[in-house]
Design a protein around this ligand. Structure first.
Ligand code: CP
Ligand code: NVA
Length: 323
């Protein structure tokens, strides 16, 4: 069956860790590849994108492949051709789909009705490629994730859901902080907790960021929620990531944002431009991780080869992979 990356849960434990190791290798080597030579990947983008679209297009290009962009405006998608029909047709032309959409079910349909790889480039519910590259940004600074505390401050949205799923695979502590009524999806919370994620939840931003090594925020109104912008701005105001809030975080705390950012709303100009901000490294790492993801989809990289060195010597990186 064709590979799918609809949520992080499509990865095995070893593959999720392996993607981090591999993306770091790709970043630090003079990486060249012709893995995608002769392949054309259709990019269906129903929402705007700078980082995800451009990094995927450049990654595909640098790996020898070609991309073709399809939006609602210039295809029959905007004229209500069923997703299932689109999936079956594109399957016969292309070698893969990279899809940014609204309802996550659109991705499920595309995957169900096509027999080519499908990658989620953001849906209303998940943003797996973002969070995988964010894990690279974090491990570059703090490789021992057992000792890492991450605080999410803001909406319980797509990026938040993928971060929670990452906590299933990686042993950091995650403090989720959001206003009442803007909690993450309860089924997703339950699923992550039952699979071993160390997730704690609070409505109190000060409690949420206490001693955090990383504070992560995102827009208060995601794409598709523009009508709620004003109402949300009022409700989320106490959740702004500013110097005052960060005073309670770990002294070396770094600040993360998937971008695009709304300065003066979820994050202050001072913080995003300040020394704690690692948002540009996050954005850069998208490109390296997209290449690693494309290799996972189209290659046969061995993700069990990686080793870690502890005080007891060198070990296979995942000696006790739970799944
Ligand atoms: N972070 C992110 O996905 O950015 P874009 O919306 O620009 O792709
Ligand atoms: N939560 C944001 C992320 C953008 C990358 C959105 O969905 O608009």
């Amino acid at each position: 069956m064709a590979k799918r990356l609809l949520t992080t849960l499509n990865l095995s434990y070893s593959e999720a860790w392996g993607l981090l190791f591999r993306a770091a290798e790709i970043k630090n080597a003079n990486y060249t590849s012709d893995l995608l030579a002769g392949k054309t990947i259709v990019m269906i983008f129903e929402k705007a994108s700078t980082r995800t679209r451009v990094s995927f297009e450049i990654a595909v290009n640098q790996m020898g492949g070609k991309t073709l962009l399809m939006t609602r405006h210039d295809s029959q998608l905007g004229r209500h051709e069923p997703i299932a029909d689109t999936a079956r047709v594109l399957s016969r032309y292309a070698d893969g789909l990279i899809v940014r959409t609204y309802a996550h079910s659109t991705l499920d349909f595309l995957a169900a009705y096509s027999d080519i790889p499908v990658i989620n480039a953001l849906s209303d519910d998940f943003h797996p490629c973002q969070i995988l590259s964010d894990m690279l940004t974090i491990t570059e600074r703090t490789p021992d994730l057992e000792k890492v505390r991450i605080a999410w401050v803001g909406d319980g949205n797509n990026v938040a859901h993928s971060l929670m799923q990452a906590a299933i695979y990686f042993p950091f502590e995650l403090f989720m902080t959001f206003p009442k009524g803007y909690e993450p999806n309860t089924d997703i919370i339950g699923n992550c907790l039952s699979l071993g994620a160390k997730i704690y939840m609070t409505y109190d931003p000060e409690e949420g960021v206490e001693d955090a090594h990383y504070v992560y925020t995102d827009v208060w109104a995601s794409m598709g929620q523009e009508d709620e912008q004003e109402k949300r701005a009022e409700i989320f105001a106490p959740y702004q990531v500013n110097e005052e809030l960060l005073a309670g975080a770990h002294p070396d705390c770094k600040v993360m944002h998937c971008l695009p950012a709304h300065r003066g709303e979820e994050i202050t100009d001072e913080v995003i431009e300040g020394p704690r901000s690692i948002v540009w490294d996050q954005a850069e790492n998208r490109l390296h991780m997209q290449k690693a993801i494309l290799e996972w989809v189209y290659g046969n990289h061995d993700y069990h080869q990686y080793t870690v060195t502890t005080k007891h010597g060198k070990h296979q990186a995942f000696p006790h992979a739970p799944f």
